[in-house]
Design a protein around this ligand. Structure first.
Ligand code: NI
Length: 205
């Protein structure tokens, strides 16, 4: 009886080891394969442009896009990035039309379409300003895995800490990399040119 029990235990141990090896190799495979390990960034959104017109991702598909999330009261990161983005559009010249550059507010409370329109008019006019209700903005922030957090300031006001990278999405809305904050101008323009070139050579689907 005791011997039988030991034999059962041994088989049970072999079984458990086999299962755990199987599970860990599946996990290892998933981690090592970028296609399955990649977290989805992007997707549909519903926002309002500076004319007050509602737009969704479908309005932008077919062209690659550079998306930047920020807010008009931002003291440094947003004006710097918008100024640099204006320089990228100028460097692209006529090819700038083959790309959408979007500035999406993470501060819908203060950034009405009018406020946002006034603000971005100071930059290159190829930049599309988008805002919306708090729910609209929360949804796009979540889909694009943007970090945006409201922080109270000493004067009783608030600021918003936010992701400073520019998201690059291909013509099908697939995440294709980013331009980091204060990226070298030529490197940034090269990334945009590659994005445009890939869209032009891709077989139309
Ligand atoms: Ni900012």
């Amino acid at each position: 009886m005791a011997l039988k029990l030991i034999r059962y235990s041994a088989w049970a141990a072999v079984f458990l080891i086999a299962v755990s090896v199987g599970v860990s190799s599946v996990l290892w495979y998933q981690q090592s394969d970028p296609a399955t390990a990649a977290v989805k960034v992007g997707g549909d959104f519903s926002l309002v442009d500076t004319n007050g017109t509602r737009v969704t991702e479908a309005d932008f598909l077919g062209k690659p896009r550079a998306m930047f999330f920020g807010f008009t009261h931002c003291p440094d990161v947003c004006p710097t990035t918008l100024y640099e983005a204006s320089g990228w559009l100028q460097a692209l010249g006529p090819d700038a039309d083959k790309l959408s550059v979007m500035f999406i507010s993470v501060d819908p409370e203060r950034d009405t379409p009018e406020v946002l329109g006034d603000y971005i008019s100071a930059f290159e006019n190829g930049i599309v300003g988008l805002t919306g209700s708090t729910a609209d903005v929360d949804a796009v922030v979540k889909a694009y895995r943007v970090y945006a957090r409201k922080v109270e300031t000493d004067d009783g006001d608030y600021t918003v800490d936010h992701t400073a990278s520019v998201y690059l999405m291909d013509e099908n809305g697939k995440f294709s990399g980013s331009i980091r904050y204060q990226e070298d101008h030529d490197v940034a323009v090269e990334k945009l040119r590659n994005l445009i070139a890939r869209a032009e050579t891709a077989p139309s689907s």
